[in-house]
Ligand binder design. Structure first.
Ligand code: FAD
Length: 526
């Protein structure tokens, strides 16, 4: 098999498949390395899937989507893929090792970040200043939105800038009622969720297998989106069952020369070379690969002279909000939301509009609702997603005394929420109750479940972008400060978490970094 390429991309999820698409469409010969393999479509009869032992999935089964054998194989077997965290401070790492990564299982919620988010670290000093601002990313959001078939309603609110939207579904009756209440009584917004529905071209193809199905909710995925487009260029080689162990350093040039790979079946090692390397294995595996890439020059991980690698892990805290029953006049008939998580209340705290709170940053709500009888009763759930402040004490390290069955040192995750997150959670709950009561709800039930880090599946950071190579790992182009042809564009690159679902931002950063890398190659600078 060929071993030299223009570019190596690690991981085939939302970011890796996009990198493969952008780089191949720009004319590069790309090798995509993916540790997992293609999976059967869960729409097949249950008899197509082996039965599972739930104890093998003691972390994964906490994910709301984990239900039964049809979907279990889209999640890792926790016994086969161990990692370490403090039993008193657990971190639930929800993941899937398969062609397409977690694009197969994500829910497509996608909101642009704004300068409220990109300025935040500079303004309040928690975290290093982002080296980019919204205008740097805006055109790349547009490009990604066209690819993923984003639907939404243009609202003109600065904290979630409008994008290139296809037509959003209508709000249902209770959502219309809540929208009016929030606008009238609070000057807040409730808008249809912005969802990556995939490009239709007259038909919708399955998120899992890419085939056309007549029913079910489908979102954009690598399998129905970027991967086939990259394959169509004829310049993509995909090697599944390939676990990237480390990035190789060429000592003379100080550049990455390629990667070392372990075969998932035979456990044989191999090396592949390329002019540029893109790490898109998702936040924690990318940190693992970087920390595992040691050399005389970089004894604690490639490009890690600053010692910042692995630090400032962030995520979203959730499981705080409220449930309620709302009775509308029974002559109002309207169907239930067509998709789970039907609408969204964007951040309204610490915007400068309402008085600021006793905590920094803010949260948004995903709102789901459904009519429960013919008397006009609806159930509504406000589910908060809150920003987590960057903290040096939340980090990933490798335990070099323990390794997995492939010889990779185990990841140890240290993560605890701090006073800011707990103060915000109180407000997340109280504000949901307040808004539902203002909407005339009966039986408002506050929700405050224990928040387990990782559970929201929005883990980010560890190889953060920044202006200063002394306190960040990547520059403003997602390029290692120290190893110029090494790019990290998955969630590991994030310098803060904002409160919006993050994947579209990883994707916009990926597209932008790919085009920059191609420009540098053309100019002979890489
Ligand atoms: C149920 C669910 C719902 C979600 N809903 C949303 C949502 O609505 N909105 C949102 O923004 N986000 C959502 N997410 C999160 C979203 O899926 C992730 O943020 C996104 O998939 C990250 O993209 P990625 O390319 O970085 O990583 P992934 O999609 O996880 O892909 C990484 C790939 O790298 C591979 N890999 C890992 N290690 C190695 C290695 N050493 N060598 C080779 N390959 C490797 C993996 O097998 C995987 O295929 C959801 C996630 C889940 C599970």
């Amino acid at each position: 098999m060929k071993t030299h390429y223009d570019a190596i991309v690690v991981g085939s999820g939302l970011t890796g498949s996009l990198a493969a698409r952008e780089l191949t469409q720009a004319g590069l010969e790309v090798l995509l390395l993916e540790r997992g393999s293609p999976r059967l479509c869960p729409s097949l009869p249950a008899s197509s899937f082996p039965s599972i032992d739930l104890d093998d999935f003691h972390i994964q089964r906490n994910c709301y989507l984990f239900e039964g054998p049809n979907l279990a194989h889209y999640f890792v077997n926790d016994r086969e893929h161990p990692y370490l965290s403090d039993p008193d401070a657990p971190f639930w790492w929800i993941r899937g090792y398969q062609l397409g990564g977690r694009s197969a299982t994500w829910a497509g919620q996608s909101y642009r970040w704004s300068d409220l988010d990109f300025n935040a670290n500079l303004v309040d000093g928690a975290g290093c200043d982002w080296p980019i601002r919204y205008t740097d990313l805006a055109p790349w959001y547009s490009k990604v939105e066209r690819l993923i078939g984003l639907t939404g309603r243009k609202e003109g609110v600065p904290q979630i800038p409008d994008g290139e939207f296809g037509k959003a579904r209508s709000l249902n009756a209770v959502e219309e009622h809540l929208r009016k209440t929030l606008q009238g009584k609070f000057t807040r917004l409730l808008t249809p969720s912005r969802i990556a529905e995939g490009r239709s071209n007259g038909k919708r193809s399955c998120q899992f297998c890419g085939e056309t199905h007549s029913d079910g909710v489908v979102y954009y995925s690598s399998i129905n989106g970027a991967l086939p487009e990259a394959m169509a260029t004829g310049r993509l080689a995909v090697k599944t069952g390939s676990i990237v162990h480390s990035v190789l350093l060429d000592h003379r040039s100080g550049r990455a020369s390629g990667v070392r790979v372990i075969d998932a079946t035979s456990k044989a090692e191999a090396e592949y070379q390329a002019r540029i390397v893109f790490l898109c294995a998702s936040t924690i595996p990318t940190n693992q690969i970087l920390l595992n890439s040691t050399s005389r020059q970089f004894p604690t991980g490639i490009g890690n002279s600053s010692g910042v690698l692995g630090r400032y892990l962030v995520d979203h805290h959730w499981k705080s909000g409220a449930n309620a029953r709302i009775r509308l006049p029974s002559d109002i008939s309207n169907q239930e939301s067509e998709v789970p998580w039907g609408s969204y209340v964007p951040r309204f705290r610490n915007l400068g509009v309402e008085p600021s709170r006793d905590y920094l940053r803010g949260f948004g709500y995903q709102v789901s609702s459904g009519m429960i009888d013919n008397e006009g009763d609806w159930l509504v759930n406000f589910h908060g997603f809150g920003e987590t402040l960057p903290s040096q004490s939340n980090f990933i390290e490798l335990d070099r005394t323990q390794s997995d069955s492939y010889g990779m040192p185990l990841v140890r995750i240290h993560f605890e929420y701090g006073a800011n997150e707990y103060a915000m959670r109180g407000d997340m709950q109280a504000s949901a109750v307040e808004m539902l009561e203002a909407a005339g709800a009966e039986e408002v039930i506050p929700i405050q479940e224990p928040a387990i880090p990782g559970h929201s599946i929005h883990e980010m950071g560890g190889a953060r972008m920044g202006r200063d190579k002394r306190d960040s790992f990547l520059n403003g182009w997602n390029q290692s400060h120290e190893v110029a042809n090494l790019f990290v564009t998955d969630g590991a690159c994030m310098a803060s978490s904002a409160c919006q679902n993050p994947s579209i931002t990883y994707m916009a950063l990926t597209a932008r970094a790919c085009h920059h890398a191609v420009d540098l190659l053309k100019k002979g600078e890489l």
